[in-house]
Design a binder for this molecule. Structure first.
Ligand code: ACO
Length: 316
């Protein structure tokens, strides 16, 4: 049993919604600017004392476990992909404890907005090597904690959330191909870095135009590579789920790859950019809506800080 199959998904967002109109009261921006440049209309934002990275990750994990029809003690491994951990020593251990996944090994994995794709590939190696049988992979981020709410260039973009899938060892291998990349030369384009003078982390800084160019250039390449490894053509895909960073990036990549617009999943308008959560959140919403069906061929691609980017092609 060394193939990988997907047996359940889940997701969670905070209750509080922050609309573009409300943001326009906080910084010099408008619904028109934000919607036309990014596709975003609102985002979910964590409330202090109510939501934490841990609480959202646990909720998404519980849903995925229930959908998979297994119990927490069936889990062998929990990987929490996040860049906004509640605890710099890691949050996965706490999530494991709260889920009651007593047998599971748990660790955090940090690869910014590529975290879910990197986590999927990491998890699949443990299955393919025959080491573990049931794995919970969670992508969760609370970037609202780390944006400068007076910087209109960044604060309009991000939202909070968590998404999860359960992977299981099986005879058939539904993870058909993947491609991961890193380029440290572009590291300065997107940072959430430690400031020694202030003895804390600085808010997110981003060169939006350069990141945009990088995404539109690099994402189609890794999708094509993953498709090649999967022995599939773009026409064989039922769904394209990109990291939800900007509707214009989704449109540009889908057009470049000649994939039908209605196959390019987008929940941008509702969630904004939820970093490592965006792909599993969109996946779960499309599964629960009955749009994604068993055996559908899906390409996912993440991209972001590092720079890091990657794609995977699988059957649901
Ligand atoms: N409201 C109104 N005006 C604004 C706003 C705002 N919220 N933000 C910027 N502007 C202004 C700028 O000041 C600038 O004005 P100027 O010409 O007078 O200087 C003008 O609008 C244009 O700014 P640009 O930065 O050129 O706008 P652009 O069209 O590039 O859109 C955006 C900016 C949306 C950030 C885009 O570049 C983008 O989406 N980039 C990609 C970001 C991304 O994908 N990140 C993913 C990784 S995230 C991760 O890994 C955590």
């Amino acid at each position: 049993l060394q193939g990988v199959r997907f047996i359940g998904s889940g997701s969670a967002v905070p209750a509080k919604i922050l609309t573009n109109a409300e943001l326009s009261q906080m910084v010099d921006t408008s619904d028109e600017w934000i919607a036309s440049r990014t596709g975003i209309r609102q985002r979910f934002i964590a409330t202090k004392g109510e939501d934490s990275l841990t609480s959202l990750a646990v909720k998404a994990g519980q849903q995925a476990i229930a959908a998979a029809g297994i119990t927490p003690t069936d889990l062998d491994l929990i990987i929490l992909a996040t860049s906004t951990t509640d605890d710099l020593f890691g949050t996965a251990g706490k999530v494991q404890g709260l889920l009651g996944a007593d047998r599971a090994v748990a660790f955090d994995l940090s690869a910014a907005c590529s975290g879910f794709v990197f986590g999927l590939v990491t998890a699949s190696q443990f299955i393919r090597s025959g080491t573990y049988r049931n794995i919970l992979l969670i992508g969760a981020d609370l970037l609202s904690r780390w944006v400068d709410w007076s910087d209109r260039r960044t604060c309009i973009l991000f939202g909070d959330g968590a998404g999860a899938v359960v992977l299981q060892a099986s005879e058939q291998d539904n993870l058909l191909g993947f491609e991961l990349r890193s380029d440290g030369k572009g590291n300065n384009l997107l940072n959430l870095g430690y400031n020694e003078d202030k003895s804390t982390y600085d808010p997110i800084t981003m060169n939006g135009q350069e990141v945009y160019r990088f995404a539109v250039r690099s994402v189609p390449e890794v999708i094509e590579k993953a498709l090649y490894r999967a022995n599939l053509q773009t026409a064989d895909l039922d769904w394209l789920i990109l990291h939800q960073a900007n509707q214009r990036i989704i449109d540009a990549v889908q057009t470049r790859l000649k994939i039908d617009a209605d196959k390019a999943v987008s929940n941008m308008s509702k969630h904004g950019n939820t970093s490592a959560a965006s792909i599993p959140l969109a996946l779960d919403e499309w599964v629960r809506a009955g749009k994604i069906k068993p055996n559908d061929a899906i390409a996912i691609a993440g991209f972001g800080a590092g720079l890091s980017w990657g794609a995977a092609v699988f059957r649901w």
